[in-house]
Design a protein around this ligand. Structure first.
Ligand code: 5RP
Length: 262
């Protein structure tokens, strides 16, 4: 059955499967958004249904909430719990400091709030997400729709004075209409190519009127779990300074794969 999964999906599954080992009975878990995070939600659903794991999840998007309900992960809200034990999420890029670019799936605002409200953030990724310098992936910036063209002009003007290699900000589209986030905002994707100083960039962007939040996640991620298509996983813990190698058994996921393929 795993033969039908692409190598990239196998890598995403491997990372997700290993990451859910960090989830303990009674925990409140932030549930990320995206295709890698979706594997994690499915794995958690299986643990809830088949092993009786008792957890509550806080989803970071409507999409994730729908999937969590579908696979049987009980949900609560950040308003109710206020603080989480752990968040597991995907990423678009990560560097050696575990600074991230997120928001490719358009959920960066809730993802950042939930990650900031968690004791620990674990990022799950395939190897292709690792970069020496952030910025090849366009940086998503969530912007209020009111006067977004002015906000875009201010952003482009500001970028000209910063340590980045490109200044173009493109409005994210959904077909022939703007893409709207769950909060009803729009996203500008900044083609920066290389980000010399992520901390400075993040601070400066968030001071521009109309900017709600940007997709740089700094000092939020504690552990990255990197999955490979052959089941190998690498766990890097930035706080402990450790690197661990492990292997995921695809046979454990057979039921999951079957459910998805059916
Ligand atoms: C959504 C995100 C995702 O985590 C990011 O885009 C990675 O997605 P995928 O796992 O599908 O590659 O930030 O806003």
């Amino acid at each position: 059955m795993t033969g039908q999964l692409s190598p990239i999906d196998r890598a995403k599954y491997a990372a997700a499967r290993r990451a859910v080992d960090f989830v303990e009975d009674g925990m409140c878990v932030g549930l990320g958004t995206g295709s890698t995070a979706a594997w994690m939600v499915r794995c958690l659903g299986e643990l809830v249904r088949e092993d009786g794991l008792r957890i509550t999840g806080v989803p970071t998007s409507r999409r994730t909430a729908d999937l969590a309900r579908q696979v049987g992960v009980p949900l609560t809200t950040l308003e109710d719990v206020k603080w989480l034990d752990l968040t597991i999420d995907g990423t678009d890029e990560f560097d050696a400091d575990l600074t991230l670019i997120k928001g490719g799936g358009g959920a960066l605002l809730q993802e950042k709030i939930v990650a900031a409200a968690s004791d620990q953030m674990i990022v799950i990724a395939d190897k292709a997400k690792e970069v020496a310098t952030l910025g090849a992936f366009p940086l998503p910036v969530e912007v209020i729709p009111f006067g977004w063209q002015t906000t875009r002009a201010l952003i482009e003007e500001t970028l000209a004075g910063l340590d980045v290699m490109g200044h173009d900000a493109a409005l994210r589209m959904n077909g022939d209409k703007p893409f709207y986030t769950d909060e009803g905002n729009v996203i500008l994707d900044l083609a920066l190519r290389s980000i010399g100083n992520p901390r400075q960039l993040s601070l400066v962007l968030n001071q521009i009127p109309g900017v709600v939040e940007n997709g740089l996640f700094i000092d939020l991620c504690d552990i990255v779990v990197i999955g490979h298509g052959d089941g190998r996983v690498e766990l890097r813990d930035i706080g402990a300074g450790t690197v661990e190698h492990d292997r995921v058994d695809f046979a454990e996921g057979e039921n999951l794969f079957r459910d998805i393929m059916d």
